[in-house]
Design a protein around this ligand. Structure first.
Ligand code: ADP
Ligand code: MG
Length: 363
């Protein structure tokens, strides 16, 4: 326990609205001072989970513990939790400045300290010139910045943010994202940050909890989630362009695509002769103009998108197999044949039925 932050524990949480179960036996432990990102598609239960942590939504079953104690003994003191709402929830009759100042006044933060904190937040979020406006006189993105600023001002032990950057223009979004990170570095609050944007999650999280249909699929560091996703859902949700998923067969020490050997598998890898799904990220596909290795397979370029920093190619191995690849150094035209090499170290193998990662023993 510390003055700056608190642990959060969700134990076997279930949430039903009427008879519809939207959260199913969710377990999650968040360390004091951790930056945890809750990531998942729209409707998967992120906001509901966050609102249960804030004590704004009751749990149907299970427990929410803050620093090991029942939430209800902690949440309402006004110091422990601050939340930025997805729909902003600004006080309509207060100006931007008054919105930011309100909670600080209630908690008796001295006037000098209040204006010091708020000036800097207004500045960072480019809101200084709007500080005397009412919420009705602001754009969606400006309102969202006020909501974010209001949460930042509080210095609570737990800071909950529900898609706080979703309506902010791209240029400002990066700055606001950096500022949330700086705030965390300075104040060491425990942060739970909800987003559907995987890039945001990768950039911000100490750990990411990937959620789908009310169930947490995987909780791990961004690096592990990227390199070794627990199942096909997580693999596809993280990474852009999306991971390639290819039907493969294991036979006699090789993975085969359309009867061509593509990946050598070492003896000790212990893979059963069977059909699998092979996951390979576009940035891990190796391309060359010559067939220089026995495991490279020819593919025809069908689409080229030039992003400046890199080029994204779509290649067809045959009618059934299309691969996306990202490259910096190959010049090619539509219709060219390139040689595709899939490497063992970056190949992820999934069971075809369960769609789970088999965590095979790579080199
Ligand atoms: P997310 O934030 O991931 O988009 P939500 O937590 O808002 O998802 O919603 C999860 C599911 O619960 C959705 O299917 C949504 O329609 C449903 N839901 C959310 N709030 C309510 C409510 N108050 N009454 C009934 N259903 C709700
Ligand atoms: Mg939501």
């Amino acid at each position: 326990m510390s003055d700056n932050n608190a642990t959060i524990e969700l134990k076997e949480i279930t949430k039903e609205f009427k008879s519809t179960k939207v959260i199913d036996q969710l377990n999650l432990k968040i360390a004091a001072g951790e930056f945890l990102v809750l990531l998942g598609p729209s409707g998967c239960g992120k906001s509901t989970t966050l609102r249960m942590i804030a004590g704004l939504e009751s749990v149907s079953n299970g427990e929410v513990l803050i620093d090991g104690d029942d939430l209800n003994n902690k949440a309402n003191d006004g110091h422990t939790i601050a939340m930025v709402f997805q729909d902003y929830a600004l006080y309509p009759n207060m100006t931007v400045y008054q919105n930011l100042e309100y909670a600080l006044k209630v908690h008796k933060v001295p006037k000098d300290e209040r204006s010091l904190r708020l000036e800097s937040i207004l500045e960072t979020l480019n809101l200084t010139k709007y500080k005397d406006r009412l919420p009705s006189e602001l754009s969606g993105g400006q309102k969202q910045r006020v909501a974010l600023g209001r949460g930042m001002a509080k210095k609570s032990k737990i800071f909950l943010l529900d898609e706080p950057l979703s309506n902010i223009d791209v240029q400002l979004r990066e700055k606001a994202r950096d500022e949330i990170q700086n705030l965390h570095d300075r104040n060491k609050q425990t942060i739970v940050y909800v987003t559907h944007d995987q890039l945001e999650a990768m950039a911000l999280g100490d750990r990411i909890a990937v959620m789908n249909d009310g169930i947490i699929q995987m909780v791990d560091t961004p690096d592990n989630i990227y390199k070794n996703p627990t199942n096909l859902f997580v693999a596809k949700f993280i990474g852009t362009p999306q991971i390639n998923i290819l039907d493969v067969k294991y036979q006699d020490g090789y993975l085969l695509i359309a009867n061509q050997r593509v990946v050598r598998v070492k003896q000790t890898a212990n893979i059963e002769p069977n059909d699998y799904l092979l996951g390979i990220r576009p940035e891990h596909i190796k391309l060359s103009k010559e067939s220089d290795e026995d495991l490279s397979i020819p593919a025809v370029v069908t689409k080229i998108v030039d992003y400046g920093r890199f080029t994204q190619l779509t290649l067809e191995l045959d009618e059934k197999y299309t691969i996306k690849a990202v490259t910096k150094d190959i010049n090619c035209n539509i219709g060219d044949t390139l040689y595709v090499r899939i490497e063992e170290q970056t190949s992820i193998i999934f069971d075809k039925d369960s769609q789970k990662n088999i965590y095979w023993d790579r080199v």
